[in-house]
Design a protein around this ligand. Structure first.
Ligand SMILES: CC(C)(COP(=O)(O)OP(=O)(O)OC[C@H]1O[C@@H](n2cnc3c(N)ncnc32)[C@H](O)[C@@H]1OP(=O)(O)O)[C@@H](O)C(=O)NCCC(=O)NCCS
Length: 143
């Protein structure tokens, strides 16, 4: 089940921050993000009350930018990343956005294949962006 996080989901926000501490700078980062950054949005993938994946994206007027998409190791290759990306695309369709963009390490084949499956294309290469590894800017046009 996918749940869009709002500031009222405090229990789930705390759970997400505790479960993925390496992603978040502080315990209250998501609360601050959702509360004060109107562009920053989160949704989570929950199975049997466990959070097994999440997406953080920026909803910037007529476009979305994916900041993070993550599925717990043991749940990978079970189409959860696909379901979350489909959810994001559906949200974008509802809002009539123009495109979704993201940045990915050139050697992150799992993520690149996932994005390509959903019609993201490489539109720019950021040389040596990740400590010697190129970053790929990918875009999915929505219109
Ligand atoms: C990228 C990630 C979110 C994919 O999630 P997932 O639930 O395993 O993905 P899915 O099962 O929905 O797979 C969808 C497609 O992705 C591609 N894919 C997924 N894992 C792959 C792998 N290990 N190698 C190559 N392609 C892979 C395939 O094209 C797959 O389609 P297919 O099953 O029809 O072949 C997951 O691997 C992850 O959390 N990685 C660590 C975080 C990360 O790198 N995020 C991206 C940052 S830009």
């Amino acid at each position: 089940m996918i749940i869009d996080l709002t500031i009222s989901n405090l229990d789930l926000i705390n759970k997400l921050e505790k479960q993925f501490p390496y992603f978040f700078l502080s315990e209250n980062q998501i609360i601050n993000d959702i509360g004060y950054n109107v562009f920053s949005k989160y949704f989570i993938y929950v199975e049997e009350s466990n959070i097994i994946g999440f997406v953080n994206y920026f909803d910037i007027y007529d476009r979305f930018e994916i900041a993070n998409i993550f599925v717990e190791d043991i749940y990978r290759n079970k189409k959860i990343g696909s379901k979350m990306l489909e959810h994001l695309i559906m949200l974008g369709e509802k809002k009539n956005i123009k495109n979704i963009t993201l940045e990915v390490k050139k050697d992150n084949f799992a993520a690149i294949n996932l994005y390509k499956k959903y019609y993201f294309e490489i539109v720019a290469i950021r040389k040596q962006y990740y400590q010697g590894i190129d970053g790929l800017l990918m875009e999915r046009k929505m219109m």
